[in-house]
Every structure is written in C-alpha cells, then in structure tokens.
Design a binder for this molecule. Sequence first.
Ligand SMILES: [Fe+2]
Length: 295
Amino acid sequence: MDDAVLAQLMLPPGLPGSGRLRYAAAMQLNRAGRLSPEALEVFRICSPRDGEDPMILLGQRGLARELPAPSASSPEQSLHALLDEVDVYLSGLAGPGTGELRAGLAMARGKPISLPKPQKSAVVDAHLQQALVQLRATHPSLALAIAAAAPLLKWVTYDAYPAELIGESFRTGHAFASLVGEEAPFRAEDFDIGLFLIAPHVLYRDHNHAAPELYAPLTGPHGWRFGPDASLVIKPAHEPVWNDPFAPHLTKVGPVPFLCLFGWTRDVMQPATVLPATDWPQLESLRITPTGTFE
Ligand SMILES: [Fe+2]
C-alpha cells in the first residue's frame, strides 16, 4: 500500500468525482486491514457527496483517529516532509520574517534529526483534527504532513506566564511543538519554529516578548490587536502577522481552532510578558462567527 492511496483518501472536498475516489481508496485500505468497516461506511455514505468532507462525519462518529498514517514514512521521513511543507508554505508568503525563517529551515535541514520523546496534549487530541479539516480544503499536502508528524512531536504549554495573569482558558487551552529549535527534532541555536494550536474562542491576552515573531495562521478567521485596549481586527487564515521585538499583540480565536506556524528568529530564551488591559472579560465572552463577524 503506497501513499498515493492515502493521498487519494485525503482528497479535499469539492473536486468533481472526489467522493467516489475517496471511497475507492477507502475500500483498498479496508481490504489491506488498514481501515475499519465503520470508517469505510463513512466514506461510502460520502461517496456521492463531492463537496462534503468525510472527516466531519468521521469526527462525529469518533472515528477520525482510525485514519492510517502514511505507511512508507519513518518518523524521520515524516519530520523531513513537514519541514519541506513548511518551507514551501513560507515561500508563498509575503512580508517580513519569512526569509530569515526559511534560512533557518535550510540550515536545519542538513543536520541529523534528534527524535524527541513524543508528548501528547489534550488540546491537540481535542482540536487538531478540526483545524486540519479546514486546512485540507486549500493545502492538503501540508495538512497531511502535519497529521503525520503531530504524534511524533513534543507538545507543551507555555509556562512562563503567571497563571492568574494569562488566565485559565489560555493556560489550559493551548499547546505548541517546536520543529526547529534548541530542543526540537531539527536542532538550531536561538531560533524556534513550530506549530501552535489554541482551542476555539480562547483569548490569548495582550503580551509581548523580545523575540521577533512570525505567526502564519493556517486556520481562521480570528481576531488580533496590537496594543492593550485597542480595537480588535479580524484576519482570515493565511494572512501572516509579524511582531517586532516587544510589540504588543493579542489573539482572539474564532470558531475553528487556531492552528498556526510560529517562528521566533532570535532571543528565544527571553520570557514573554503579559500586558494588562481593562477589557479582557468582554473579549473572553466575545464570539467570532465563521464569516468573521461578531456575535
Ligand atoms: Fe507572541
């Protein structure tokens, strides 16, 4: 069974005939013992519905985790594949920071991988799949690479903030994993690039840090502001945000989990600081709709 079958199974919704192609791939995988009859049934139901993503029904039936991982990939190959996909993605972005980050990726690519001891996260278990459903519609190979590499990564929470200042919903509602960095699979000094996931509707309160930072959001919409008590602006997926050193920023997650690539180009060991504001309670209860309006 090669990865072409898996890629066919993961065809994004909307392509004419894709429902039948996904079902054909599902039957092959089922015959090979790599897909359960229950998951196959979902692909059968969705086979006449090209525009419907079977991942949604799989998720509703608790079957999303049964999807097979690429069979030919070793952990090292999966991590290299993600590194390559991140590089391709960054190459398509305009704005500051992408050149520095791609130079860091190029430096890291030639070094041996240090496989971390994987560390699971309840936030990843609960929300990564939903984020990848959205990403697959436009960037299927990046979504597949993230899905394959995510179980190999060490997912952690950022613990430098005082708990009472950063708030409980962010403290327990986020996780990140480095791909290139001081203790990442691809080692690099004073540099950090990886994946960052925040649960729906969570407010990541105003904060800043010495490290210059690129956020490349892979899902959306979500809200941002760049100064305590400033007004919120809504941004879609794939619109990068660059934060200069110590520039204040805040993120309000919308209805889809916030999945992004983050990059810190230097001063990565300098801790981030929460910046007080008066309107956090209102922003915590605010809801952003799928079309980017406020409820
Ligand atoms: Fe930041």
